[in-house]
Design a protein. Structure first.
Length: 209
């Protein structure tokens, strides 16, 4: 699929392997999620426009480039998406952060919205949705729909691990949204978890069950 970017950088792949390990502690898991997010953010922000400026160095004038002021917003899907925010903000500290709260109904496996708080100028910003897992695709699709309903136009979806089903659904329902991930696993189990995946990202981030 043209809108899917899978990271093959050795450091990202190494850290994803550590994330998958059931013996990785919550502290280590949080650190890894933040580190991977920062590494992924390098590529996700590749198309930020630049402008030429003149900078006075200690020995002369340099014509160089800086970010041209394009506005960014990171929007984590609560709660697991919170683990990816700090890594992204280390690269782009001037970005705004919105939040979308969704939970998955255990019977239907479909997402239910309980919270949505976005920057007032979300329609003028490039938006990066953050969620460690793209499983059934329901939460991702709904989050993108909420953002579009609030005026967002240029949206990217960044996750750590996706299922083939989730990628296909998000691509089908929102073909204009780029999907960035470190791995695409082949299937979901009967509970809607990615197999082999890494378990429940929220529980592993925050030490809950």
């Amino acid at each position: 699929m043209k809108n899917v970017f899978i990271f093959d950088h050795p450091l990202i792949q190494h850290k994803i392997s550590l994330l998958r390990d059931k013996n990785t502690s919550s502290k280590e898991f949080r650190e890894l999620v933040s580190e991977i997010s920062m590494l992924m953010g390098y590529e996700v922000t590749r198309d930020i426009p630049l402008k030429e400026v003149e900078i006075e160095t200690p020995v002369g004038i340099a014509k160089t480039k800086v970010v041209s002021g394009k506005k960014l917003a990171f929007v984590p899907i609560l709660r697991a998406g919170l683990g990816m925010v700090d890594g992204m903000l280390k690269l782009v500290p001037m970005a705004r952060v919105g939040h979308i709260g969704l939970y998955r109904d255990h019977d239907t496996l479909e997402p239910v919205e309980y919270y949505c708080k976005l920057p007032d100028d979300i329609g003028e910003r490039d938006v990066v949705v953050l969620d460690p897992m793209l499983a059934t695709g329901g939460s991702g699709c709904d989050a993108v729909k909420f953002l579009k309903n609030h005026g967002a136009k240029n949206i990217k979806f960044v996750c750590l691990i996706a299922s083939q089903q989730g990628v296909e659904r998000l691509s089908r329902e929102h073909p204009d949204v780029g999907i960035y991930c470190a791995a695409v696993d082949e299937r979901l189990n009967e509970h809607g978890y990615i197999v082999p995946g890494l378990g429940d990202a929220g529980d592993r981030l925050f030490g809950t069950k």
